[in-house]
Write a protein that binds this ligand. Structure first.
Ligand code: FUB
Length: 343
């Protein structure tokens, strides 16, 4: 039987602190799950400081970088197509230097495709390496002999040039690599000198080739071999850290950057992961990786220069690279801000 006494005791129960607490939680949960949170008070935030792209007065592509005597030297191709032309049009390479990764000094043009008499043009991706005080610049150009892409090498006593053709002929010609029928598989050289002093050159498009270099750095040594990597397109870059060899490369097209790891320069290379996503409005990505003043950097290109940037009008950007404790690399976060001045 329901009496007022029993009604009171129910009310008393309902008002107990324990039940009140449960009700409060239930109400807050219901409010949250229906999206009824209180908006925070909004304030104006600082406009991002556009550190990327790092060079804005020219289109720059295919970055490669070295650290020499505490200075970073950045080597790029100069995208320079006429306004109505929509393909790669690069005739020269440029060099910049920096001691903080933020402020970059330019120099006179150090090398042009026409500096190789046997080439008909096309200053495609290239990379410089220092050995015994000389600087060797390995380049992709079109070989006038067969109208196919080939690799040349220039040399200088200074990281900023001027550079001159070190051989007077191509280091790699299309007929030396027969794993594919395409005429542009001999591009994008990257050179790595291992701890024992042996230099290796990796290059390719669709097929990834590599070979040892002779001590003089301007001749191949031994046979040309291949490395099989998933969805390899081009732009190999080799670096070493804490005993691991990292082979990063352009993966699929439009390009992401992916990487594989090995404990020996010649492999086997084990695929790891995507390292960088498609770089905005450009089909290509083309990375360089360096360590400088205790931090790791991922240097790449995007089509981010307003308003004409794109696949054939690229510009170099820099963001931080981070490693996991097991040596794998974290995916790069491409930013507008770029990096802070290195100290
Ligand atoms: O710049 C011309 C070509 O585009 C390069 O050789 C490739 O790596 C791609 O970035």
């Amino acid at each position: 039987m329901y009496t007022s006494a029993s009604k009171n005791s129910l009310l008393d129960k309902a008002m107990s602190p324990k039940i009140l607490f449960v009700l409060l939680i239930a109400f807050s949960f219901a409010a949250c799950s229906s999206g009824e949170t209180q908006p925070k008070e909004l304030t104006e935030q600082p406009i991002p400081d556009p550190g990327n792209p790092i060079i804005t007065d020219k289109f720059t592509a295919d970055p490669a970088a070295i650290v020499y005597q505490d200075t970073v030297f950045l080597y790029v191709g100069h995208d320079d197509p006429a306004p109505d032309y929509n393909f790669y049009d690069l005739n020269e390479w440029l060099v910049y230097s920096s001691t903080d990764m933020v402020n970059w000094q330019g120099y006179d043009v150090p090398l042009r495709a026409t500096d190789f008499e046997w080439a008909s043009g096309d200053a495609w991706a290239a990379e410089v390496i220092e050995k015994d005080g000389k600087f060797y610049w390995y380049v992709s150009v079109t070989n006038a002999d067969d109208n196919a892409k080939g690799i040349g090498v220039a040399v200088s006593d200074s990281p900023t040039g001027p550079f001159e053709d070190a051989r007077g002929s191509a280091l790699v010609t299309n007929d030396m690599t027969t794993d594919t029928d395409i005429t542009w598989d001999d591009i994008d050289p990257t050179v790595f000198i291992d701890d024992d002093g042996q230099a290796y050159m990796f290059w390719g498009n669709t097929v990834l080739y590599y070979s040892e270099l002779k001590d003089n750095m301007i001749e191949l040594e031994g046979e040309i071999k291949t490395i099989d990597l998933p969805n390899f397109v081009e732009a190999p870059w080799v670096h070493k850290k804490n005993g691991y060899y990292y082979l990063s490369y352009a993966y699929q097209f439009p390009e992401r950057t992916a990487y594989a790891m090995a404990t020996d320069i010649e492999g086997p290379y084990y695929f790891q992961d995507i390292l960088n996503e498609v770089a905005g409005n450009t089909n290509t990505n083309h990375q360089a990786i360096i360590e400088y003043k205790g931090r790791d950097y991922f240097i790449y290109h995007t089509g981010a220069i307003p308003t004409q940037g794109g696949s054939f009008r690229r510009s170099v950007s820099i963001d931080y690279l981070y490693y996991n404790p097991d040596g794998t690399m974290k995916r790069v976060v491409m930013t507008t801000e770029g990096v802070d001045p290195a100290e």
